[in-house]
Design a protein around this ligand. Structure first.
Ligand code: 8G0
Length: 444
């Protein structure tokens, strides 16, 4: 089996040279699903896995705009339309200097499996730009969004491709993008999700990724006859996802002791409370990308240039960005008694860290644990199609149900010798539904 997997991966790497993040994401899935794939002639003869590793379409474009000094600036825009077997392409837009084709291919690839797990009819895609919002004025951000959408609007639509926000793209950016789409196409449709409430957004969407990860964690700890109450938790990041996770964890009686930024991490031995959680939103809105002011304001400790994985905790939720937790971090966490790692960022753990954590604690991969975000985006699409809005309680109940279903799918496909491997469970569970749809639709 090992040799066949290597052969598959070598061929993939040869035709996608230099795309390290994409190779990392593909390797993980290929290893998990190989047995299912290789033993099923229906999938093999149709080369389903080879097809899944090749985006249906990749769009790359120039994004020219004019800054506040009247100078021309040029960024690169992308939309990777990975797989539409089970629904319109769906996935976020990321505006961040780390955005490359490789990063978006890894994200679009993972999105396909994640969206499949949500039980909703959504294909996989991802897009964005290397635009850095740091230090930019609101007007500059608007002009950038308008230029980006002027090209993107030719390729998306409510039945074709429905982007959302992601890192660097929140309600404000979605508003500017939506306004430009509507202006050019003269159509008010559910073409983007993550919209503000006034024009078609869904209640609970801002909370959804964090809430969903915590609901998933509730089922994980329940497998060990435990609850979240009294658990000490390390979170990374200080954006929307960290905020949602902190809200739900604190509501359920856990103690959140860390948040982090590119500048270092905050250790708050008292734990976060409602006021501190609210303050995270102000910090993020400041466009400054530093978390140190939290420590100053609330008298907590700040560790410059360090990551929160050195704190002694029962659970860790990486909530920031890919590869933010490496093997050394993983070992430190486990040595300090951490029993659960819930990957809430996409591919938050390096490949080595993930392998170590699967063997040494309960580890949930991002494509299962963070699927609540895109799940509520799917519910936003449903509400837009219905021209109706559900209450917060209705959306939250649906989210909670979906996270339970995802957990059950991981258990169903990932249990071997009485032990749950959530990585295998998520990959195989996500794969089978898409593979069946692709086989049924023939060679397209
Ligand atoms: O709402 C979404 O579709 C969305 C936005 C950003 C990220 C993700 C994700 O699933 O990673 C989904």
């Amino acid at each position: 089996m090992e040799a066949k997997i290597n052969e598959f991966m070598e061929a993939l790497k040869a035709r996608t040279a230099g795309e390290a993040e994409f190779h990392q994401a593909a390797q993980e899935v290929v290893e998990s699903v190989w047995e299912t794939y290789d033993s099923n002639p229906k999938y093999k003869n149709a080369k389903i896995l080879e097809k899944m590793c090749e985006p249906e379409r990749t769009i790359m474009f120039r994004v020219p705009w004019i800054n506040d000094n009247g100078e021309v600036e040029i960024n690169r825009g992308y939309r990777v339309e990975f797989n539409s077997a089970i629904g319109p392409y769906k996935g976020g837009l990321r505006f961040h200097p780390s955005v490359t084709l490789s990063a978006l291919k890894f994200l679009g690839f993972e999105q396909t499996f994640k969206n499949s797990l949500t039980t909703l009819p959504m294909g996989g895609g991802k897009g964005g730009s290397d635009f850095n919002a740091k230090g930019r004025s609101d007007n500059e951000i608007m002009r950038f969004c308008q230029s980006f959408m002027t090209e993107l609007c030719k390729h998306i639509g409510p039945n074709t491709d429905v982007p959302a926000g992601d890192i660097g793209v929140g309600g404000r950016e979605i508003g500017y993008l939506f306004g430009q789409y509507k202006r050019i196409r003269n159509e008010f449709t559910g073409v983007l999700t993550g919209k503000p409430l006034e024009f078609g957004g869904s209640l609970i969407r801002p909370e959804a990724t964090g809430f969903g990860a915590v609901y998933f964690a509730q089922h994980m700890v329940a497998e060990n006859k435990e609850t979240l109450e009294g658990k000490t938790v390390a979170l990374s990041g200080f954006g929307n996802v960290t905020w949602g996770a902190a809200l739900k964890l604190v509501e359920l009686g856990a103690k959140v002791v860390t948040v982090s930024g590119p500048d270092g991490y905050v250790y708050d031995k008292e734990g976060l409370d409602a006021e501190k959680i609210d303050y995270l939103l102000d910090l993020r809105a400041s466009n400054n990308d530093v978390v140190a002011p939290y420590a100053e304001k609330f008298g907590a400790e700040f560790f410059a240039g360090k990551k929160p994985w050195e704190a002694k905790v029962d659970m860790a939720f990486p909530c920031a960005i890919q590869n933010e937790l490496n093997e050394e971090d993983a070992k430190l966490l486990v040595t300090n008694g951490c029993k659960y790692v819930v990957e809430t960022s996409n591919m938050g753990c390096t490949a080595e860290a993930m392998l170590y954590l699967v063997d040494n604690c309960a580890f949930a991969p991002g494509k299962a644990a963070n699927a609540g975000g895109v799940a509520v985006s799917g519910l936003e699409m449903s509400q837009n199609s219905l021209r109706f809005n559900w209450t917060a309680e209705e959306v939250d109940a649906k989210l909670s149900r979906i996270m339970k279903d995802i957990h059950d799918t991981c258990v169903k496909f990932g249990t071997k010798d009485g032990k749950i491997n959530y990585v295998n469970g998520a990959n195989i569970g996500g794969f089978v539904k898409v593979a069946e749809a692709m086989v049924a639709q023939g060679c397209v």
